[in-house]
Design a protein around this ligand. Structure first.
Ligand code: FAD
Length: 118
């Protein structure tokens, strides 16, 4: 089957949305277990990402720029920078990581404060 750039881009947008939303909801003060989980998730994600070329590039990026997981802010900024590295490679504009990523990536779940207390 021929490559389909539209489907590939759609998968990319959906994936970035999930990743940024996860980072925006990451605890402000994560436990060691939560930090390990986020880091492992990114590495496992990069191995299972369905576009082979993208997966290989992403694995290299992760090795070169290890996940930052000490807080919500560091995880969100880290992912924003990582996405910008992919943007640069694909010739896309740089995204302003100074914007309020928590508002941009609102999951609409309505349970954030409750989850934070647990
Ligand atoms: P996307 O890059 O998908 O971004 C979606 C939206 O997120 C943007 O419209 C913007 O609102 C916001 N955004 C943009 N930059 C940032 C940022 N830095 N931080 C926060 N939000 C931001 N495609 C390839 O062709 N080759 C590849 O090797 C490749 N590797 C990929 C690796 C991964 C891990 C992922 C998730 C995707 C990859 N893609 C790759 C897909 C590619 O990154 C785009 O998702 C796709 O080209 C669609 O681009 P887009 O311009 O619609 O915006």
């Amino acid at each position: 089957k021929l490559p389909n750039a539209t489907a590939k881009a759609e998968l990319g947008r959906a994936s970035w949305k999930l990743l940024h939303t996860m980072a925006a909801r990451f605890p402000e003060h994560p436990t060691e277990d939560q930090r390990d989980t986020f880091k492992s998730f990114l590495f496992l994600f990069s191995r299972l990402y369905p576009c082979g070329e993208c997966a290989a590039e992403f694995q290299q990026l992760l090795r070169k720029h290890p996940p930052q997981t000490s807080s919500r802010a560091s995880a969100s900024l880290y992912l924003c920078h990582l996405h910008n590295l992919v943007n640069a490679r694909l010739g896309k504009d740089e995204y302003d990581c100074g914007t309020n990523l928590r508002d941009v990536y609102d999951c609409g779940c309505g349970d954030e404060e409750e989850k934070e207390r647990k």
